[in-house]
Design a protein. Structure first.
Length: 287
C-alpha cells in the first residue's frame, strides 16, 4: 500500500469566505483503504472541504487532488469512483423505493442492486412505497442504500447519521464495516455523533474555529490527549490545551503526561477516564 497513489492529496490548501479564513496551509493525505474521520463542530469548514473535494468550490490557493486529478477538474470516469452522501441530501419523494433504484442504476457501471435491497430489507417497508411515506430515518437509509450500491472506491459521508436513531446508526456502522472489510475502499466521514466513530474511524482530522487542523490516528488521539482533575483553579499555561473550571475543581485537557503536567503546574492531578466525545469536546471546546 505504501507505493499506491493517495486517494486524496491536499497540499497547502487555503480557502476563505471574504475576510474569514477557513483553511490556511492545510496538508492532508488519505491513503486507499483508510476510514478517515473529518471532525469538528458546526460551521468550522467540514462541508467546505467536501465541496472543494467534489469540485463544487475552487480553493483560494493550494492544490487538492482526488485520484490524481485536480478536484475542480474531475473527469467523468473519476466521478464514477466517488459516492457522495451530502448533508441535506435530495431525494425523489414522488418515486417508490423500487423506482428510485431503477432510476439510479444506469448511471453507475458497477451498480450492485443486491446491496441496495440488503439495506432496504432491514426496514419494515414495501418496495412499492413512495419515499414521501417513509420516516426521515427510513428515507436516509434508502439514500445510503443507493450510495453503497454504486460500489464506489471512495465513499464520502457528510453527516450520515442525520435523522437516524441509535439503533439504525449502530446497524449502519456495522454494515459499513462489513461492506468495506477486505477491500481498498476509502471512506471519508463526518458526523456529530462521536460515539459512532470510535470503533470505525482509523485516522482523524479535527477542524476547529482557527485555521489549524489536528491530524493523527484515532488510537493516538485517544491515548495521548488526556484529561486530569485538580482541586481549585488553574490558569492557562503552555502545555495545557483547555481548562474547564468547576465550582471547586478544574478539569485540564493536555497532551502532557501526568508527571510532566504536575511539574509545570506544581499541583497534584487525578487522571480522569473520559469518552471519545468528551475528549473531542475537550479539544474543540463545548461552546
Amino acid at each position: 500500500m505504501g507505493t499506491t497513489a493517495p486517494v486524496i492529496e491536499i497540499t497547502n490548501l487555503h480557502h476563505s469566505y471574504g475576510p474569514k479564513a477557513i483553511y490556511a496551509g492545510l496538508n492532508l493525505t488519505i491513503e486507499p483503504g483508510t476510514v478517515f474521520g473529518l471532525l469538528g463542530k458546526n460551521g468550522v469548514g467540514k462541508s467546505t472541504l467536501i465541496n472543494i473535494l467534489m469540485g463544487y468550490l475552487q480553493p483560494t490557493d493550494g492544490q487538492c487532488m482526488v485520484f490524481g486529478e485536480p478536484s475542480h477538474h474531475l473527469s467523468a470516469p473519476t466521478r464514477q469512483k466517488i459516492a457522495l452522501l451530502y448533508e441535506g441530501f435530495t431525494s425523489y419523494d414522488y418515486m417508490t423505493i423500487e423506482q428510485v433504484e431503477r432510476f439510479f442504476a444506469p448511471f453507475y457501471p458497477r451498480w450492485e442492486k443486491e446491496l441496495f435491497y440488503d439495506l432496504v430489507a432491514l426496514m419494515d417497508v414495501q418496495h412499492q412505497q413512495k419515499l414521501n411515506t417513509l420516516s426521515f430515518g427510513q428515507k436516509s437509509q434508502v439514500i445510503l442504500g443507493l450510495l453503497f450500491a454504486q460500489d464506489a472506491d471512495l465513499l464520502i459521508l457528510d453527516d450520515y447519521s442525520m435523522g437516524l436513531d441509535a439503533g439504525y446508526r449502530c446497524l449502519l456502522v456495522d454494515y459499513l464495516k462489513n461492506y468495506i472489510h477486505g477491500t481498498d475502499k476509502t471512506v471519508l466521514i463526518t458526523s456529530h455523533i462521536m460515539s459512532d466513530l470510535e470503533k470505525l474511524v482509523e485516522e482523524i482530522a479535527i477542524v476547529d474555529r482557527t485555521t489549524e487542523v489536528y491530524r493523527d490516528s484515532m488510537s493516538n488521539f485517544y491515548q495521548q490527549f488526556r484529561c486530569y482533575e485538580i482541586n481549585g483553579q488553574q490558569e492557562m499555561i503552555s502545555g495545557i490545551h483547555r481548562i474547564e473550571q468547576g465550582h471547586s475543581t478544574t478539569r485540564i485537557y493536555s497532551f502532557l503526561e501526568q508527571k510532566e503536567l504536575e511539574t509545570k503546574i506544581d499541583k497534584k492531578t487525578t487522571p480522569i477516564d473520559v469518552s471519545f466525545e468528551e475528549r473531542f469536546l475537550g479539544f474543540v471546546g463545548k461552546y
